[in-house]
Design a protein around this ligand. Structure first.
Ligand SMILES: [Zn+2]
Ligand SMILES: [Zn+2]
Length: 85
């Protein structure tokens, strides 16, 4: 994982992982008519991190259905956001 802010400024840094917040919603798992197993995680897991140059980051973790991408289009990409003070 690379701090986007440091990448922008061509600095080297290490990411210190803070805490993770996870929403608690019911997940949907099922088998479709073709026998493909689906697990659609509706929870958003957000991790707060800080890089060694003091930038505060928020990372939303990626979640994909086990049948993605061949038999399902349910997926979320990992997003790194810089929190501006
Ligand atoms: Zn940084
Ligand atoms: Zn699915």
């Amino acid at each position: 994982m690379i701090c986007p802010k440091c990448k922008e400024m061509s600095l080297n840094s290490t990411i210190l992982v803070g805490y993770t917040i996870k929403t608690l919603m019911g997940n949907i798992s099922s088998n479709d008519e073709k026998g493909n197993f689906h697990y659609h995680d509706t929870n958003i897991s957000t991790t707060r991190c800080e890089c060694s140059n003091g930038h505060k980051l928020e990372v939303k973790n990626s979640v994909s259905c086990p049948s993605y991408p061949n038999n399902c289009d349910y997926h979320k990409d990992s997003v790194i956001k810089v929190i501006e003070n």
